[in-house]
Design a binder for this molecule. Sequence first.
Ligand SMILES: NC(=O)c1ccc[n+]([C@@H]2O[C@H](COP(=O)([O-])OP(=O)(O)OC[C@H]3O[C@@H](n4cnc5c(N)ncnc54)[C@H](O)[C@@H]3O)[C@@H](O)[C@H]2O)c1
Ligand SMILES: [Zn+2]
Length: 368
Amino acid sequence: MTVDAVTVGLGDRSYQVLVGPDLLSDAAARIAPFAPARRLFVISDHNVLRAHGAKFLGGLRQSGFAVHELALDPGEASKSFAGLERVCGALLDGRIERGDLVVAFGGGVIGDLAGFAAGVVKRGVDFVQIPTTLLAQVDSSVGGKTAINAAQGKNLIGLFHQPRLVLADTNVLSTLPRRELLAGFAEVVKYGLLGDAAFFDWLDAHAEAVLAGPGPERTYSIVKSVAAKAAIVAQDEREGGIRALLNLGHTFGHALEAETGFGERLLHGEGVAIGMALAFQFSERLGTCPRGTAERIAAFFRRVGLPASPRDIPGFTPSAETMLDHMEHDKKAQGGQLTLILARGIGHAFVQRNADRAAILDLWRAAL
Ligand SMILES: NC(=O)c1ccc[n+]([C@@H]2O[C@H](COP(=O)([O-])OP(=O)(O)OC[C@H]3O[C@@H](n4cnc5c(N)ncnc54)[C@H](O)[C@@H]3O)[C@@H](O)[C@H]2O)c1
Ligand SMILES: [Zn+2]
């Protein structure tokens, strides 16, 4: 079995992201160095445990670990104060101590919640990420951002807490609904669009193989994505500068998610796909990016089964003003300026501060 490794270089908080098929089988041996007391607190959700719990937890117990497990309800609603209370309660009931390890076994919801709980319980215990969605493998499990949601907005309560290890098993994605797989794929494409034109070209040629199942193409796409994120995080752990490039497509995308209610109607990755197409359209309008680039990207998204325009969202008819309002809502959080990630071409994203309100309104008018 070949296993690829990417190092996230953060000094004494550095860690490895391992990517490959069937990493769950020998997860116990890989986790062992980080759990000297041989006690694990596995936080997961019901969907993940139904699909992969027996194999994963059975393997850990067979290897002699004492395993506490907590299964939360699937979905964003678990990333709440109530969810945090449940996780912290379970850790304290099990008398977690230094030398024990929290294991986040699930998608981004579980990773963000379990990571946050690990960061605050007893002022911080170690944790590892075993991401089970494509989005979590290429994005949320790497970089140390953890959070829950507040009534005032998503991810507003949290902290930076880096994992000790990330195990991305490419086989576990076989049970993921196709729509979730595609939503995660949008974040893979993001790394090509923001900083690596050759990777985008490769994805254009190999997308179907990446999405078909575990295989060398899928592994390669995850390794490239993680390496891209690791390089950015290593330079800018706390998002003072270039980490912002990872938000390509996200300000437009969040506006779409807000208008569709942050739910089933539009998954995060779907909003990001449309948002990236819009960011490139906007860049073309401003003259920073060659004509035809946005159309190439949109055609690629549609080919693989992702939406590429607000018009691809069924029954979606808001006004341009409403969409700008959603974006301005982000602006308030950023000190009165609307910051966007724009592009000079595929693979060349940049941060645009003080983006022009009237021009954005025109873009929405044309796109809706
Ligand atoms: N920390 C970060 O840097 C960061 C980055 C991006 C996103 N996020 C967060 O990630 C979250 C979204 O993550 P997500 O897209 O993984 O969603 P998720 O965790 O809700 O998982 C999506 C769905 O897939 C199910 N699932 C997970 N793995 C499965 C598997 N292998 N087989 C079958 N079903 C499976 C889950 O139960 C859930 O129903 C959001 O809360 C977002 O804020 C965080
Ligand atoms: Zn995202």
